[in-house]
Design a protein around this ligand. Structure first.
Ligand SMILES: [Zn+2]
Length: 52
């Protein structure tokens, strides 16, 4: 058994999401799929959404 797996976090808000394992919900009010989640810990914000 896994002792303590880190919860997935919203890639946009960097907060823990609820639900799973396929559909997750961000506390900010939007849904995410497993592919949208950031399961890895990034020590530095390497990637940022640069829109314009
Ligand atoms: Zn979010």
């Amino acid at each position: 058994m896994v002792s303590r797996s880190p919860r997935p976090t919203c890639t946009r808000h960097r907060v823990e999401v609820d639900g799973g394992p396929v559909q997750y919900w961000c506390p900010n009010g939007h849904g995410l799929t497993a592919a949208d989640l950031d399961n890895e810990f990034h020590p530095a914000p390497a990637l940022q959404e640069a829109g314009a």
